[in-house]
Design a protein around this ligand. Sequence first.
Ligand SMILES: [Zn+2]
Length: 465
Amino acid sequence: MVTVTSYGAAQTVTGSCHLVKIGSVRILVDCGMFQGDGGSERNYEPFGFDPAKIHYLVLTHAHLDHVGRVAKLVKDGFRGEIIATDATRDIAKIMLLDSASILLEDYKSIRKKARRRGDEASVKEPLYTKDDVKEVFNKKWHTLEYFQEHKLKQHIKVSLGNAGHIMGSAFVMIDYQEENKAKRIVFSGDLGSPDRLIINSHDKIDEADTLFIESTYGDRRHKSLDESIEEFKEALVSTLKHNGNVLIPSFALERTQEILWLLHEMHDNGELPKCQVFLDSPLAIKATKLYNQYTAHLSDEVQYRPGRGRDPFSFSWLEPITSREQSIAINQVKKKAIIIAGSGMCNGGRIVHHLKHRLWNPKNLIVFVGFQVEGTLGRSIIDGAGSVKIYGEDIIAKAKVHTINGFSAHADQRELIEWMRPIKNLKKLCLVHGETEKMQTFARVIKDELGHEAHLMEFGIPLSV
Ligand SMILES: [Zn+2]
């Protein structure tokens, strides 16, 4: 008897967590955080299964919506083995430590307010602490190269393929025997477009009995990467020439390194007007160091075009900003600055204070280069809110807003279909990691293009495969 139950990313894009039961063996694929509206409350809820009974945890990649609850899983009793690529393990560590410090900051600020109301008892402890994160990395890890097999209990095998989404990202293949027949379940994880700027493109497979595929952009097609790069360059150059500032809310992983790589190229080619470029994110600075460490994951072009200090993501106008004081000092820079800061969806991090100081000014430009989940500040700005509340203050949104979706780390509808097309003998196709309406659109296209009926996974409801 084989079942799969989704405990997250079921008709939503966050909280990825799927439990595979093959006989008595329990394998969890990802253990991510819920983000956006109501996300923080959901993260406190029990998992819906007993973490102590999970034998293996396989991680597809190090984004928090895929690894963000691993420290809670360990705290709640998980004692099994963790399987991932080496890059995912190391990136997950900096992501989880960063997440723990954000949780602590949030906790302190909520507690302060509650104390003033005389209601301190109602405040929940942080979901996990840095010590809980350290415990995760004291557990048994088994790192895999792409397409290297790892034998689990009862002749089950796990292997990973390059998902081309962020550095170290993987799709997961679980091979097992059922009634003397070889069977395979595949989880796509988050799949990247075939055209990526800095990492190698995704691998493909031609065998799977059951496939769980992400559907973040199952309803749409992206512009081509080349077109997006042109748009990005034009928007930047025009704002800088008119003495404006450019804010780029950026995800610390992959997107930041892509933007740095592009700016480095523009700088070297003489396309970038003289400006100051601030990378205002200690997390992105740490992530960039790891990108330099796992160069085998980088495309040939990036590997062979080293910049300052042999770092392809660095150039002479770039100023990495670590301290809060330096970050605040950027407010004094009146013109011709590019500020790259997290978080990517503007729901926290240093980008928020930069938005407070610059969103009102029509000379400035905000460039969104990633998906904005419903309920985040980034989504409100993109959706054209005339004004937004930042730190309790109403800020008028007069800056130009530009959304460039061709940088997406997620494959679009056509690319997802093309990734699935070579897979033979597929018996069950399940959609995860998408908003319901997008999944429904995607399911119709899958039926037309590939002839498969797609099942939309529902939270907590086991599916026999
Ligand atoms: Zn991801």
